[in-house]
Design a protein around this ligand. Structure first.
Ligand code: ZN
Length: 124
């Protein structure tokens, strides 16, 4: 689904490049301008497609983890298919950037029982 339009844009890009080479020999300012606009529009589409693909992958990951991560009031835990639990994961990193960062146990700290090495958050 995603890869198909990326492949389509790449194919159009290749055709446009070949067309540009073929039309470069033709001394027509209007044609050269239109070719430049076509190449520019396709370059924008390629960038947009790459960004969309990344965003879709991130959203798919979020959908998948939303189904399995549970918020216990302070941090996220995952219940695996076999019933065992995994985690805890940092709520700040997950809520802001959808990153599953494991919290480090700090049982002797007076600031909290769990510490995130990425955002430096402390949780109980
Ligand atoms: Zn964090």
């Amino acid at each position: 689904m995603v890869a198909e339009y990326v492949t389509g844009i790449k194919a159009a890009w290749d055709v446009a490049k070949a067309l540009k080479v073929a039309t470069d020999a033709i001394d027509d300012a209007h044609l050269k301008l239109q070719m430049a606009e076509l190449i520019s529009a396709l370059a924008d589409a390629k960038i947009e497609a790459a960004e969309s693909t990344e965003k879709i992958a991130l959203l798919q990951k979020q959908i998948n983890t939303k189904n399995t991560l549970e918020f216990d009031g302070a941090k996220y835990m995952r219940t695996k298919e076999d019933g065992s639990t995994d985690g805890p994961f940092c709520p700040t990193c997950y809520d802001s950037e959808a990153k599953e960062i494991r919290l480090q146990s700090t049982p002797n700290s007076s600031f909290g029982s769990w510490f995130c090495r990425v955002c430096k958050g402390r949780y109980n």
